[in-house]
Design a protein. Structure first.
Length: 300
């Protein structure tokens, strides 16, 4: 069944999250034994037969027209990211037996770029959210990925399994569920990636949170956002996050963390950078944190 089965599981998960009120269906249409809408209700909303829609959910019909898929997406209230993921699951089904691409490499010019923007943390993420490269400030801000075994240099794995990540991200559950959603998108695009399957298996065994989020088939492909951190050296930061897909390799993303000029977060990043460059000390960082707290207490 391969990806056709994953396609069906995705449809079922999206159907189960809907309620009659969201779909404009009368709540008096009979007792409901399972969450969400019934197959016949989605079929009616999508203007297809119940038998046809059932075969889609069962992975038995993997050649629907684009107009049918668009109708199903509207019936399921899919957002653009979810719609794209649905198409990935379907279109990559025929490629599921194709061997995975060769190892991921970062062009030398991109390494130079990371060094050039050394005053802001920056990473290059590859398939499966693997951390392929980064600058020193990114590793000071998040984790020392180069020091990890190669099989563990994965952003989602670190966020889910490392207790330090849970203490670093003030909104850890949101950050972690978004990371799982990004991994879900990657799985849809690369259905025959054995390393991805191993990663999903490890996380499913090790994390109840991951099992819950993965079972929900949540999709996340944000290109920008804000992350709130509590760093053990420089304290609280609120940073903008920008994800830029590299045009010559759509499987690689440049992720940059930045702070508004003149903000306390910008000061904290600069302090972290000076500490990493050897011009600062943990004692200096602690003193700066105490000064910020003292200044805040004086603010009317």
């Amino acid at each position: 069944m391969g990806q056709s089965a994953e396609f069906g599981k995705f449809l079922k998960a999206m159907r189960s999250r809907l309620n009659p009120e969201q779909a404009g269906i009368s709540a008096s249409s009979g007792a409901r034994r399972v969450p969400g809408l019934r197959r016949e209700e989605i079929a009616r909303l999508a203007d297809v037969s119940t038998d046809y829609y059932t075969r889609l959910e069962q992975g038995r019909n993997i050649h629907p027209s684009r107009s049918v898929l668009d109708s199903v997406a509207r019936a399921l209230h899919l957002d653009p990211g979810e719609h794209a993921h649905m198409m990935d699951l379907l279109e990559n089904c025929a490629l599921s037996q194709r061997p995975p691409a060769s190892g991921q490499r970062v062009r030398p010019a991109l390494h130079q770029l990371l060094d050039a923007v050394g005053n802001v943390p920056a990473l290059i993420l590859g398939r499966r959210t693997d951390v392929l490269a980064g600058n020193h400030l990114a590793f000071l801000l998040l984790a020392d990925f180069p020091a990890m075994p190669a099989t563990e240099r994965n952003l989602t794995r670190w966020i889910i399994l490392d207790p330090l990540a849970q203490s670093l991200f003030q909104d850890w559950k949101t950050v972690a569920s978004d990371a799982v959603g990004s991994l879900r998108v990657d799985i849809g695009r690369h259905p025959n990636d054995a390393q991805a399957s191993q990663l999903v298996g490890e996380l499913a065994v090790s994390s109840e949170h991951f099992r819950k989020w993965w079972a929900g088939h949540r999709v996340a492909k944000a290109s920008a956002g804000i992350v709130r951190l509590h760093h053990p050296v420089v304290g609280d930061l609120e940073l903008n996050v920008e994800d830029l897909t590299l045009p010559d390799d759509p499987d690689q993303t440049l992720r940059v963390y930045s702070a508004p000029p003149g903000s306390s977060s910008a000061d904290s990043l600069a302090l972290l950078g000076s500490f990493g460059a050897g011009t600062g000390t943990p004692e200096a960082a602690q003193a700066a944190e105490e000064r910020r707290g003292s200044d805040a207490s004086k603010t009317p």
